[in-house]
Design a protein around this ligand. Structure first.
Ligand SMILES: [Zn+2]
Length: 115
């Protein structure tokens, strides 16, 4: 089995988490159900189109964007998203979450360094 999970990166705007820098996160495929997938796309504020294509195996949402209640562990130890769950936690929430992990990969955009 050719697993390339290290290539996983999050497709949520402002979130640049990837498996390499955040091995403790899990990365989740978009659902195959059209309606549910559309709800995910809306939730992360993206539109499927020329600039954003959902490709199974390369477009993921990291576990930071889900409520803990929406994530469960399989008997093999894989983290999965519950059926019907939609990502609901984003940057502005993440930064205020009382969390052990420093959210280092979120780079604030400071334009005031330019003259
Ligand atoms: Zn993410």
């Amino acid at each position: 089995m050719a697993q390339s999970s290290w290539k996983c990166h999050c497709s949520v705007p402002y979130c640049s988490n990837n498996k390499q820098s955040h091995p403790y996160l899990s990365f989740h495929d978009f659902p195959s159900d059209d309606q549910l997938r559309a709800r995910w796309v809306t939730a992360i504020r993206r539109d499927e189109g020329a600039t954003f294509k959902i490709l199974r195996g390369s477009t993921y949402v990291c576990s930071l964007h889900f409520n803990n209640d929406d994530i469960y562990c399989t008997p093999k130890g894989f983290r999965r998203i519950k059926r019907g769950a939609v990502p609901s936690k984003f940057y502005k929430y993440i930064s205020s979450v009382d969390c052990k992990h420093n959210v280092k990969s979120f780079t604030p955009i400071h334009s005031d360094t330019y003259t």
